[in-house]
Structure formats: structure tokens, C-alpha cells
Design a binder for this molecule. Structure first.
Ligand code: NAP
Length: 266
């Protein structure tokens, strides 16, 4: 069976990679592009045209669903539209696969409840990189035994949120196994505000933003006379595509919305 995929955000940096990856997958077909402009035009190799070459662009999700009946909506857009897209997708039985960051926890809960009620599979993945998700899991596993932890996440300087969604998710996973406690010297003082990073139950989280970087994270776990470092680097956006394809295949056989790629890795 061929999975019919609609892509929102196809002109963006992630979207361009996704169009290539989904377009080349033997078991998938891109049936339409959801956009807020270029209605009735076509997208072909990153260019919009009016002569019918490439994938048809729709600005109305309703019309897109009626005419193209996608199985999956892959959303790689912006925080201000992702909730509306997902809500509409689930209402119509279209499975959302979402990489867009910025959804609030209460919105995720609302969408999870709706997906459960409608029995629609879906995934919100703060990080589609399989290596990054494994690094998150390994860090959380190690934190059970080495409970003094500092997370350093490093990203390109166009990123607007800090800490990254991946760091937030790592921290959430660690807090489930690590007993809350203050790290460092009990009389520690910051001579420059922020020097010790953000404080999550005593664990520290640091965000680095520099041109040249893409997405990187290091978990440092200290013990008596030892240090365990778990590091992951995404060097380009193609690193996210195996996770995108895995997610699209997964949601076809699921009936609920999951938050985090780690839930679909064995
Ligand atoms: P980007 O280059 O800014 O692309 C976003 C695209 O969405 C732009 O082409 C934008 O169009 C388009 N867009 C805006 N509103 C839209 C709407 N209503 N309908 C359809 N398209 C719309 O950003 P990016 O770097 O590709 O990242 C996209 C999202 O993925 C971000 O939230 C980012 O944080 C996230 N991300 C996730 C992962 C992951 O692994 N989960 C990895 C990297 C990035 P215009 O250009 O015309 O504004």
C-alpha cells in the first residue's frame, strides 16, 4: 500500500529535505503541499510554477483533504500554525507527523485527547534524528546511576527557543530517574548571572548559540573519579529524514498520538 502524504512547510529548510526523502520512498507518495500562499500552483525542485509540474499546492486544508485524501500530514512549519493544522488533521482522520517545535504542553494534551477519541495515530517529534533520540535515552538511563548531570545543547544562532526541545525532553526523562538535589558546592555563587546555566531540580542546562552549528547535545554525568560524556551531533538536516520516514510508517498502524520518537523505537 502506498502512503499518501501531504506536506506543510515544504519550502522551508526541513521541508525541502522532507520533499526529497518522502518523494524517494518507494512506499510513499506526496499528494499535495499545504501552504499559506501559491494556491493552485505547483512545487517542483524547490521552485513554485504555474505549468503543472510537481506537487499541487493548496492553501485550504479542507479542499486539500477533499481532493487528495491524504493519509498523513507531515508538518514542518512554525509554532503559530502547527496547532491548527494538527487539530484539523485529526478531526478529518488525517494522521499528523509533526516536527514543528513550540507546541505548549496543554495543546499537546488537548491534541492527544482528540486523537484518542477519534482513534487517529500521530506523532509529535521534538527531534527526528534517531541518533539524538538514542543519546537522550542513554543519558536518561545513565542518570539513574550517575545523578550529577549537566546538559549542554548547542544550536545554530537562528534558533529562537532555549533550551532546545531536545534538551527539554532529555531533562524530563532524567527527572523520572534522578532524585532532585542541588549540584555543586552548597555555597556556590554566580559572579556573572547565568554562569551556572538553568536549574532543573538542581541539574544544570546550558544553551550555546553560534553560527556554523546545526543541532548538538552533550550530557555530562559525573561520578567519583569519573566522567561519562554522551554526545550527539546532527551535521545536516538529512539526519532527521530516517526518523521522518519511520514516523510516517508508524502512524499508519497506530490509533493514538505519541510525543517523542523514543516511543516508537524498540
Ligand atoms: P523554516 O525554514 O522557517 O521553514 C518553515 C516553513 O513553513 C517556511 O517555508 C514557511 O513559509 C512555512 N510556513 C509558514 N506558515 C505556514 C503555513 N501556514 N502553512 C504552510 N507553511 C507555512 O524552518 P525549518 O528550519 O524548516 O524548521 C521548521 C520547523 O521544524 C521549526 O519549528 C523547527 O524548530 C523544527 N525542526 C524540527 C526538527 C525535528 O527533528 N523535529 C529539526 C529541525 C527543525 P515562509 O518561508 O513563506 O514563511
Amino acid at each position: 500500500m502506498t502512503i499518501k502524504v501531504a506536506i506543510a512547510g515544504a519550502r522551508g529548510r526541513m521541508g525541502v529535505e522532507a520533499v526529497k526523502a518522502v518523494g524517494h520512498a518507494a512506499d510513499m507518495e506526496i499528494v499535495a503541499i499545504l501552504d499559506y500562499k501559491h494556491d493552485g500552483l505547483f512545487l517542483h525542485e524547490e521552485q513554485v510554477n504555474d505549468h503543472g509540474e510537481g506537487y499541487p499546492i493548496y492553501t485550504s486544508f479542507d479542499v486539500l483533504i477533499q481532493e487528495k485524501a491524504p493519509d498523513v500530514l507531515l508538518d514542518l512549519t512554525t509554532p503559530d500554525v502547527v496547532f491548527t493544522h494538527m487539530n484539523e488533521a485529526i478531526q478529518h482522520g488525517v494522521r499528523p507527523v509533526v516536527g514543528t517545535s513550540g507546541l505548549q504542553m496543554d495543546e499537546i494534551e488537548q491534541l492527544t485527547a482528540l486523537a484518542k477519541e477519534r482513534e487517529v495515530g500521530g506523532i509529535i517529534a521534538p527531534n527526528f534524528s534517531i541518533g539524538a533520540v538514542l543519546a537522550m535515552k542513554f543519558t536518561a538511563y545513565a542518570a539513574k546511576y550517575l545523578q550529577d548531570v549537566e546538559i549542554i545543547e548547542l544550536h545554530h544562532n537562528q534558533k529562537v527557543d532555549a533550551p532546545s526541545g531536545t534538551a527539554m525532553k532529555t531533562v524530563e526523562m532524567i527527572t523520572k530517574v534522578r532524585e532532585a538535589h542541588k549540584q555543586g558546592h552548597e555555597d556556590e555563587k554566580e559572579l556573572i548571572e547565568g554562569a551556572r546555566g538553568a536549574d532543573v531540580e538542581g541539574m544544570r542546562v546550558h544553551s550555546v548559540r553560534l553560527p556554523g552549528l546545526l543541532a548538538h547535545q552533550e550530557g555530562l554525568l559525573g561520578g567519583e573519579g569519573e566522567l561519562l560524556t554522551i554526545r550527539h551531533d546532527s551535521f545536516n538536516r538529512s539526519s532527521f529524514m530516517p526518523g521522518v520516514l519511520m514516523s510516517i510508517r508508524h502512524v499508519m498502524n497506530d490509533k493514538e498520538l505519541v510525543y517523542g520518537l523514543e516511543h516508537i523505537l524498540d
